[in-house]
Each structure stands twice: as C-alpha cells, then as structure tokens.
Design a protein around this ligand. Structure first.
Ligand SMILES: [Zn+2]
Length: 85
C-alpha cells in the first residue's frame, strides 16, 4: 500500500513540475530577429540621452527601436555628411 501511495505522489509532483516547465518554455519569445540594416554611408545616426548627455554613434541598426539610457528611450539625430570633393 505504501508503494502505491508513493507512486501516486511521485506522479502528481512530476505532472505539476512538467506543467511548470512547459509554461516557462511557452513564455520564451521566439520572435525572429530583423536583419540588421546599415544606414546610408553619408548619414550618421546618433542617439543621445536627454538626462545625462551620453551620445552613441550608430554603426549598424538592429531594429527601429531607439536604445534606452537612464531608463528612457534615447533621442535620435541624423547627421548628413558633406560630399567630399
Ligand atoms: Zn543617460
């Protein structure tokens, strides 16, 4: 009788554990990444933080969303270079 109770308890705990693992796996985002896009060669994209003044020069754009700094989205500034002669 003890063995039957032990097996039933094990089965109940195992099913609860597996259900928890499945729910964790189901929440993992499997969104495909967008292909990185480089800005045009004569355009420099600079992100700057309004709070602390940090500036980031963007070399390759991974998504359309601006990076975050000091807990807020950074501002975007595009600088068009002059054609060299
Ligand atoms: Zn900042």
């Amino acid at each position: 009788m003890r063995i039957v109770v032990a097996v039933l308890i094990f089965a109940a705990l195992a099913s609860v554990g597996l259900a928890m693992m499945r729910s964790l796996v189901g929440r993992t985002p499997h969104k495909p990444m967008d292909a990185p896009v480089a800005p045009p060669p004569d355009v420099r994209v600079v992100f700057w933080c309004e709070n602390c003044g940090t500036e980031l020069l963007l070399v390759r754009r991974g998504s359309e969303a601006a990076p975050r700094h000091c807990g807020e989205s950074m501002n975007t500034r595009e600088e068009v270079g002059r054609a060299e002669r």
